[in-house]
Design a binder for this molecule. Sequence first.
Ligand code: SF4
Length: 65
Amino acid sequence: MKVLLDQDKCVASGQCVVAAEAVFDQRDEDGVALLLTDEPPDDQAGDVKQAAAVCPARAIRYTTD
Ligand code: SF4
C-alpha cells in the first residue's frame, strides 16, 4: 500500500489520527496531518482505508498493488 496525503486540502480535523495512529500524526503548530510512513505494512491497510473514508477534506488517497 502506498499512501498519499494532500496537506493543502487538510483541514486539521484529526480524524485520520484517530483511525490510523500508526500512519498519521498532526503537526503541532497548526494540526495539519503528517504522514509517519507512506508505505505502511499490510496489517494497517484497513486503518488507512478507514482514515481516507472519514477524512472530511478527502485529503487522503492510497493505492494497493
Ligand atoms: S482527517 Fe483529513 S482533514 Fe483531518 S487531519 Fe486527517 S488529513 Fe487532515
